[in-house]
Design a protein around this ligand. Structure first.
Ligand SMILES: Cc1cc2nc3c(=O)[nH]c(=O)nc-3n(C[C@H](O)[C@H](O)[C@H](O)COP(=O)(O)OP(=O)(O)OC[C@H]3O[C@@H](n4cnc5c(N)ncnc54)[C@H](O)[C@@H]3O)c2cc1C
Length: 354
């Protein structure tokens, strides 16, 4: 008998879908997840803004209600009332998904690579797309360190030390993971995928400069090129999900929250109606994000100031809601805070007028 569902890739989206299916005691048929390296999830951390009502579903391990953005001498500090910035380790995601999958008699995780469409009633494809298909790339290298003494950082450095490069925007991302543990990530939004070893080197120099007298050891590293919009249609082996299925935000690369909710909905639809429903992001969000990506591509020099103005003028909770793009109203709040000229010129395709 062919499986009822075949999921290609057991990363965040594949395992989220499988774990959501595992919540149903009796499924209409067998579920297979093909994944050659399930442990690769351990090399990732997932961060997101969430409200208290979402805590049980999104399961942050570390949280902070404060985040900052900075560029040159300009600094904005936000304190969320309704929203917190949460982080969950890939290891936690993996262990909890494997727990529910292992206990379900109809779900199997198979150690294999898939290159052709499998035979199954419903196929889902979460293989990562090639960097050639990205409109812009978010390249980053992260270094997680444990200090011998508390580092004293309480705020998340969301986009610190922002500066324009000749191919886009570079900044430092700083997440406290406990009193002695810290994740430092140099990140680029870029039209040319960045060199990981150069970004790694920047992390080490940053740590040395910021904590000259605080000994630390590196406990984990992560690096990736993730899509910021796609240029062309990829060749799918089933219904695309995860980053391949457009579940990561074009303008920011954030995907954890959307992937978790979308996969839960897909699983419910599969079990109750036996149909696959493709993920459809909001077209208004896609439009606005493309406008922003075009601005990064054509005028990287104005981006740090533009983002600082937006962060300065938006209330922290509105800023958090916009970053998660919970509804089109969040976009209206952002556009009201943003200076009109850059977006108007981007709309007209007249980047030199900015
Ligand atoms: C290092 C990193 C950090 C991130 N941090 C955040 C964050 O903080 N917040 C946030 O919201 N988003 C974050 N993202 C973005 C997004 O949430 C992740 O990219 C997420 O992992 C996307 O899930 P996915 O299932 O599409 O891809 P993946 O999780 O990459 O899963 C794809 C899986 O497919 C498997 N595979 C590949 N080829 C085959 C094949 N031929 N056959 C079978 N399996 C195959 C791979 O081994 C992989 O496990 C991050 C991404 C990365 C890479």
């Amino acid at each position: 008998m062919d499986p009822w569902v075949h999921i290609i890739g057991g990363g965040l989206s594949g395992l989220s879908l499988a774990a959501s299916l595992a919540q149903f005691k009796k499924l209409p048929g067998q579920v297979v997840i093909s994944e050659p390296n399930a442990r690769s999830l351990v090399a990732k951390t997932f961060s997101f803004w969430y409200m208290d009502s979402e805590r049980l579903f999104l399961r942050p391990e570390y949280s902070s209600s404060r985040w900052t953005l900075s560029s040159g001498d300009d600094h904005v500090s936000h304190h969320g009332n309704r929203f917190e910035y949460g982080t969950r380790s890939g290891n936690h995601v993996l262990e909890s998904a494997l727990n529910s999958i292992d206990r379900h008699p109809q779900i199997d995780l198979v150690d294999e690579l898939i290159h052709t469409r499998p035979k199954a009633t419903h196929c889902f494809d979460s293989r990562p797309c090639s960097v050639d298909t990205f409109q812009l790339t978010q390249s980053f290298a992260g270094t997680e360190v444990v200090f011998e003494q508390p580092h004293g950082i309480l705020e998340v450095g969301l986009m610190d030390c922002m500066r324009a490069t000749d191919s886009g925007l570079q900044f430092v991302y700083l997440v406290p993971l406990g009193t002695n543990q810290l994740l430092v990530e140099h990140t680029e939004f870029t039209s040319r995928p960045a060199d990981f070893s150069a970004l790694d080197g920047l992390n080490i120099s940053y740590l040395q400069q910021r904590f000259p007298h605080l000994p630390y050891r590196v406990v984990r590293t992560e690096a990736a090129h993730i899509p910021m919009g796609f240029k062309q249609e990829a060749n799918h082996l089933g219904m695309p999900i995860g980053a391949r299925g457009g579940m990561t935000r074009d303008a920011t690369g954030y995907g954890y929250r959307t992937i978790r909710y979308a996969c839960q909905q897909m699983a419910n639809k599969l079990v109750t109606d036996n149909i696959t429903q493709p993920f459809k992001g909001s077209s208004v969000t896609t439009w606005a994000d493309r406008l922003f990506l075009n601005l990064i591509e054509h005028r990287p020099d104005i981006i740090p100031q533009l983002l600082m103005q937006i962060a300065n003028r938006m209330r922290p909770d509105r800023f958090a809601a916009f970053m998660m793009m919970r509804s089109p109203v969040d976009l209206i709040h952002m556009l009201r805070a943003a200076p009109a000229k850059p977006f108007t010129c981007a709309l007209l395709g007249r980047y030199r007028w900015i």
